[in-house]
Design a binder for this molecule. Structure first.
Ligand code: HEC
Ligand code: HEC
Length: 297
């Protein structure tokens, strides 16, 4: 009698339970993917991993990046097994994004801003991986970089890392408000804003005590403005609202439209964020030490 009852109960509850578990796990996946999509936008991955030709498939690579060392072509990061990252394990993705190490153990060039992404939490990095894995696989073979020796030597990147790379999680400065901390994480670990806005030495290492103070125009690289709150040479005279609306629409306080690379940063990145996150980034930029550094002649 007792046995009969239990059997019947499991007959009823078994399928119900399955339904429940299925539903919950479905929900977790959807939320995880939404989260991954958001973080991928915050990381600005699409801007670099999409070719510039009209109609180019997002994330399938082939975007030419001009640097003082030559031209780098971004790889395909759609989940195609042969030509993309479809066969990658989580550990390989983390090693690439946070350590600059390829699945074969050799080094990536820092044209891939892993020195910034290293500050990301593993959880956020893996959400991005889950999102990329959910995209349609696209067959597109990677193109070799046009960089001449010795800058083209992957093994030399080992020395570069020794000099300029440290794999530390993002740590806010003392006394930062919760909003500035969130903004600092978004700006540094995801938005990699310093990669362009911080001056570099001749070997391409960031000059950290000049953080966010901009770069003067050279033959190969255009001017990148000083975004520290210095009134004369930076954006000290921009209000919080000015920065927020610039990151949303690309319109400057003097009604000029954004130009160059920054346009993509806004289009594929900061314009996709919540108003709250843009405000956090603006608060963080306002909290930086003002550095006097004129970037225009
Ligand atoms: C500033 C441009 C730039 C941005 C932004 C960028 N990447 Fe890349 N990425 C590169 C370049 C260049 C390489 C190739 C580096 C090399 O060959 O050493 C690369 C390589 C990779 C690889 C290795 C692929 C392979 O086949 O070996 C992965 C994975 C990757 N990027 C993911 C991402 C993700 C995820 C983001 C956003 C969080 C991102 N990238 C943002 C430029 C960029
Ligand atoms: C790929 C390089 C690159 C990256 C990455 C980048 N910027 Fe920029 N940024 C530029 C360039 C170039 C300009 C100048 C655009 C112009 O003249 O219209 C600019 C302009 C700006 C300005 C306007 C400054 C002024 O005085 O006109 C602000 C503010 C700014 N960037 C903030 C950011 C933030 C925040 C991030 C990170 C989310 C970021 N940038 C990432 C290249 C970059």
């Amino acid at each position: 009698m007792l046995n009969w009852k239990i059997e019947n109960r499991t007959k009823i509850w078994g399928p119900l339970l399955c339904l429940l578990i299925f539903n919950i796990s479905g929900q977790i996946n959807a939320t995880e993917l939404e989260r991954g999509k958001y973080l991928t936008a915050a990381g600005g991955c699409m801007a670099c991993h999409t070719a510039l030709e009209k109609g180019a498939t997002p994330y399938a690579g082939g975007h030419a990046l001009k640097t003082p060392f030559g031209i780098f072509y971004t790889p395909n990061i759609t989940p195609d097994v042969e030509t993309g990252i479809g066969g990658w394990q989580k550990s390989e993705f983390l090693a690439a994004l946070k350590q600059g190490i390829r699945p074969d153990g050799s080094h990536y060039f820092p044209a891939f801003p892993y020195p910034s992404y290293t500050q990301m939490t593993d959880e956020d990095a893996l959400s991005i991986f889950a999102y990329l894995k959910s995209l349609d696989p696209v067959v597109r073979k990677n193109r070799d970089h046009d960089v001449s020796a010795p800058f083209s030597w992957r093994w030399l990147q080992w020395g570069w890392k020794l000099l300029f790379f440290s794999d530390k999680p993002y740590s806010p400065s003392q006394g930062a408000t919760t909003e500035e901390q969130r903004g600092g994480y978004l700006t540094n670990a995801l938005g990699h804003c310093a990669e362009c806005h911080t001056p570099r030495n001749v070997l391409g290492g960031m000059v950290t005590d000049g953080a966010f103070s901009g770069v003067t125009k050279t033959d190969t690289i255009g001017e990148v403005p000083n975004i520290t709150p210095d009134v004369k040479t930076g954006i000290g005279d921009w209000s919080l609202g000015d920065i927020v609306s610039f990151l949303e629409t690309g319109m400057k306080p003097d009604f000029d439209d954004v130009q160059g690379n920054m346009e993509e940063v806004i289009l594929y990145g900061t314009s996709k964020l919540t108003a709250e996150d843009r405000a956090a980034m603006a608060a963080y930029l306002k909290s930086l030490p003002a550095i006097q550094h004129k970037t225009s002649k």
